[in-house]
Design a protein around this ligand. Structure first.
Ligand code: SIN
Ligand code: FE2
Length: 212
């Protein structure tokens, strides 16, 4: 792939079921960040605890009909935010539309996510290899939108021991995985120091799921 041809409007099929859409979210970045502010004030970022009792280094929150949560009882989707005791903030129409256009470009028509997990990374934060498998129906893809500092995404295989390819994901980049790739292991290497003009020393990732 040549940099000359990578940019807004491009859809690179990386593997069966995996598509990389560089800068797909860039035209909407200010509006996305403004909508995100509303979500973060209604449902603050927090460090969830793993079933084993360790605080996760990624800070998380959600919007949509349910939210992904982890605590001593395990991983699941919950309709209420355990921190506020209220429903999660609604998914902004712009979020929904962005996820749907990215999924369609990747070959997944009529994607209608009901959950958006918001992950915040600061320098040093990493996310270890895992599968997204708490959703009810794996027929729906995962759509991931990166904002802020660049990160190295690890895209493994269907087995934890499979080699992982390294994908650089920058501000506005979108990655979609579904179909035969839906249960591929993935993670994020430790975030490097830096300052992003809009987000400062942070990376925010939005992952859209059809969970319920
Ligand atoms: C995730 O796997 O939930 C997040 C991936 C990312 O931050 O790029
Ligand atoms: Fe994930």
């Amino acid at each position: 792939m040549s940099d000359l041809f990578a940019g807004e409007g491009t859809c690179v099929r990386l593997d069966d079921g995996v598509a990389y859409l560089p800068a797909h979210a860039l035209p909407d970045d200010d509006a996305l960040l403004e909508a995100l502010q509303g979500i973060l004030s209604a449902a603050p970022l927090r460090h969830m605890v793993t079933p084993g009792g360790l605080a996760m280094s990624v800070a998380m929150t959600n919007c949509g009909e349910a939210g992904w949560v982890s605590d001593r009882q395990g991983y699941r989707y919950a309709r209420e935010d355990p921190v506020t005791g209220r429903a999660w903030p609604a998914m902004p129409a712009l979020f929904r539309a962005l996820a749907a256009t990215a999924a369609a470009a990747a070959g997944f028509a009529e994607y209608s996510p009901d959950v958006c997990l918001v992950n915040q990374y600061v320098p040093g934060t990493r996310l270890s290899l895992h599968q997204d498998r708490d959703e009810r129906d794996f027929a729906h893809p995962i759509v991931s939108v990166s904002l802020g500092l660049p990160a190295t995404f690890l895209l493994g295989g269907l087995q934890r021991r499979d080699p992982a390819r390294r994908l650089p994901l920058g501000h506005g980049d979108v990655l979609v995985w579904g179909g035969p790739a839906r249960l591929r292991f993935h993670g994020v290497l430790a975030l490097k120091d830096g300052l992003h003009p809009q987000l400062g020393a942070r990376r925010i990732n939005l992952t859209f799921r059809r969970a319920l």
